[in-house]
Design a protein around this ligand. Structure first.
Ligand SMILES: [Zn+2]
Length: 59
């Protein structure tokens, strides 16, 4: 099947007006100050003021 009508520039561009990517939102770790994703555990083991995990450095 083929499209009945050619899609106009306007219609194509209107559809693509929603395609732009938004910048990724980061929050800053309160313990080490690095950027991390909100609601995620930081590399240092910090989650929130009442919960954090001690990560032993295995290197
Ligand atoms: Zn951290």
């Amino acid at each position: 099947m083929l499209p009945v009508k050619k899609t106009s520039k306007s219609r194509t561009r209107t559809r693509r007006s929603h395609h732009a990517l938004k910048p990724v939102n980061y929050s800053i770790c309160r313990k080490c100050g690095k950027a991390k994703l909100p609601h995620a555990m930081c590399d240092c083991g910090y989650v929130n003021p009442s919960f954090s995990i001690n990560i032993a450095e295995n290197e």
